[in-house]
Structures are given as structure tokens and as C-alpha cells.
Design a protein around this ligand. Structure first.
Ligand code: IMP
Ligand code: MG
Length: 172
């Protein structure tokens, strides 16, 4: 395997500590309520697992797999490869995402899930690149705001590689 130079942007300890803070905030906001976490595959898996482990509320887990059609940068049309399994009608939903870039994916998913009549719906994202946004979209829970760098690890891939890194890094 060709060795490449990966620089660490956010290390494992920083991730763990920040996710614990988010989880405390969520518990505070959802006192005693059951929460449905909907993770967007595949990038959210590590964040989803860490978040879910720490929340003391009753938690249901579900997943969606979505992808952008070619040309999404201009159209914002998202294809749903796998939908949620269980009804979210009347439930308190948090969408769990790895990173918000242009904001198009989550804008679409948010509208899509709202049509399924949840009681409430919020967004938790591990990372956000505010400078890249083309549609106005803010997460309710954001782990880290980062500059415009292509990042990998902790669920995030480059060409399906590096998802298993225990930290967030970038390629130089
Ligand atoms: P958006 O619709 O532009 O917000 O797209 C967000 C999606 O793009 C994320 O769920 C990731 O799959 C992907 N993405 C955006 N930036 C990065 C990055 O820096 N590394 C890896 N994937 C990224
Ligand atoms: Mg993604």
C-alpha cells in the first residue's frame, strides 16, 4: 500500500470530549423523552455510535442512505437508496450527519422527513464547513466548525477509504 501523509485535524480525545458535551446538551433539551436518532450512512456511523452510547434517554436508531445525483451542486436533487425502517410519526427525531458542506443534502432530507409527521426534528452534525454553504442551513448541534478542507476519518471517506481512522484528518 502506498503510504500517504495524513495530518491530524481533530484527535480521538477531542472528538470524545466534544461528543460528550453534545450528548449532555441533548439530554438537557430532551429531558425524559424518547429520541429517534436517524444516521445518514455511511459517514455518520462513528459519530452516531459514540453519541448513542452516552445518551441516557431511551433511544431508537434508524438509518438512511442517500446520494447526490450527478450535478447536485446545481440541482440539489438527492436520491434515497435506503429509507428509514420505522415510522417517525409523533416522534422526536434527530438527524445525525458526519459533515455539512453545501447544506443541500440535509435541506432535502429535513423536508423529506418532515412529511412523515414527527413531533420534532433537529440536526446533529459532527462537522460543519460554514464557508461552503450554498443554502441556508444550521445544525442544532454541531461538533466542530472547520475551514474549507477535505477531511477524512471517523466515518468520512475519500474514495471509500479512511472511514476507519479514529481521528479526523486531512490529506496534504
Ligand atoms: P452537502 O450536501 O454539500 O452538505 O454534502 C454533505 C456530504 O458531502 C457529506 O455527508 C459527505 O458525505 C460529503 N462531504 C462533504 N465534505 C466532505 C469532506 O471534507 N470529506 C468527506 N466527505 C465530505
Ligand atoms: Mg454523507
Amino acid at each position: 500500500m502506498k503510504s500517504i501523509d495524513i495530518k491530524v485535524l481533530i484527535d480521538a480525545k477531542q472528538l470524545e470530549e466534544r461528543i460528550k458535551e453534545l450528548e449532555k446538551q441533548i439530554e438537557e433539551d430532551y429531558k425524559g423523552k424518547e429520541i429517534v436518532l436517524i444516521g445518514l450512512l455511511k459517514g455518520s456511523i462513528m459519530f452516531m455510535a459514540e453519541l448513542a452510547k452516552n445518551i441516557t434517554n431511551d433511544v431508537q436508531l434508524d438509518f438512511m442512505d442517500v446520494s447526490s445525483y450527478a450535478g447536485t451542486e446545481s440541482t440539489g436533487i438527492i436520491k434515497i437508496n435506503k429509507d428509514i425502517r420505522d415510522s417517525v410519526e409523533g416522534k422526536d427525531v434527530i438527524i445525525v450527519e458526519d459533515i455539512i458542506d453545501t447544506g443541500r443534502t440535509l435541506t432535502y432530507i429535513l423536508e423529506y422527513l418532515k412529511q412523515k409527521s414527527p413531533n420534532s426534528i433537529k440536526i446533529a452534525t459532527l462537522l460543519s464547513k460554514p464557508s461552503r454553504r450554498v443554502v441556508k442551513l444550521d445544525a442544532d448541534y454541531t461538533g466542530f466548525e472547520i475551514e474549507d478542507k477535505f477531511v477524512i476519518g471517523y466515518g468520512l471517506d475519500y474514495d471509500e477509504k479512511y472511514r476507519n481512522l479514529p481521528y479526523i484528518g486531512y490529506l496534504e
